[in-house]
Design a protein around this ligand. Sequence first.
Ligand code: HEC
Length: 305
Amino acid sequence: MNFCGALVCTMLSGGMLSIHLFNRLRRVRAFVFPLLLPSLLVLLLPVSVQAAYVDKADLTGDLIVELASDPAQDFVIQRDALYDMGVKTEAVYIPYLKKTIQCTVLPLAAILDAYPEFDAAFAYCYDGYMSYYTSEFIAEYDPYVVLDLEGNERGDMQLEGTPDMGPFYITFAKQLTAGSEEILDPANKRPFGVYKLKLGSQESLVGPLFEAPFDTMDANAQAGREIWMNNCMSCHSWDPVGPGGNLSNRIVKIVSMHAKYNKQYFHDFVKDPQVTMPDSKMPKHPHYSDETIEQIRQFLTHVPN
Ligand code: HEC
């Protein structure tokens, strides 16, 4: 078939598709499927690149590092090389076990020190979760990357009674409970399954949350943004280019719709998602006051529709 023939054929099938799609889908399907399949694959490609989670089996156990200044230039620090960057032995509290064990740890600062122009990091986990570390948090709490758990083989980060915490677990020495005065959600700074760090300036990492229309918010909405960045952002992505994890399929636009038009539902869902959705993967926030939830809601009302 020459080019024109192919073109006519495509036009015809396109016409057939629109005429029949809704009322005759079944009969048409066999005809259009061969044409649809390649275009569907093309459409699906970017989606699969940004998959919500990474298959743990595809990870090597080394640490991927991405620089915000040049995201195309991912590089990998091999696990063995991390041991040469200033590790120490530290007693690490493992909340899943309610127990402290000796671990080999590498301060996050030791990795960031190589890049004086950067003062913040995102840690990405294989299940789609991510955590945000600022220079202020790092200076105050000295978070560290756990490389090894006492008694386990190198890189084996699973203890009985814990999730598989590898390739890396990040934590910090101080014990805080959820809702503490210092950090509302300390668990957010203790992600397991970390496989990638993205280093950058705070501006390059969370800049979109500070640009218009978020640059003229009142103090309440600004406080809400702070909570968003230190909790909600870990799971809810800021589609299409802003910062956020990928554990939830509710992108910020959907979350903000509830904030704008569904105030009570938003409040109740944040407080205890399982009341509305018994199998919800979102954690409860019993430690959030009504004022705190209202601050987050205020922030989200600024998200453009
Ligand atoms: C550990 C991950 C996680 C965190 C942290 C998290 N969420 Fe969610 N959220 C989810 C998931 C997953 C869903 C999708 C529905 C489900 O499984 O519960 C969701 C759904 C929602 C919904 C939509 C419910 C609906 O009906 O569509 C809202 C609103 C929401 N989250 C707000 C928040 C706010 C505000 C915060 C921060 C205080 C937050 N979430 C923190 C995981 C999370």
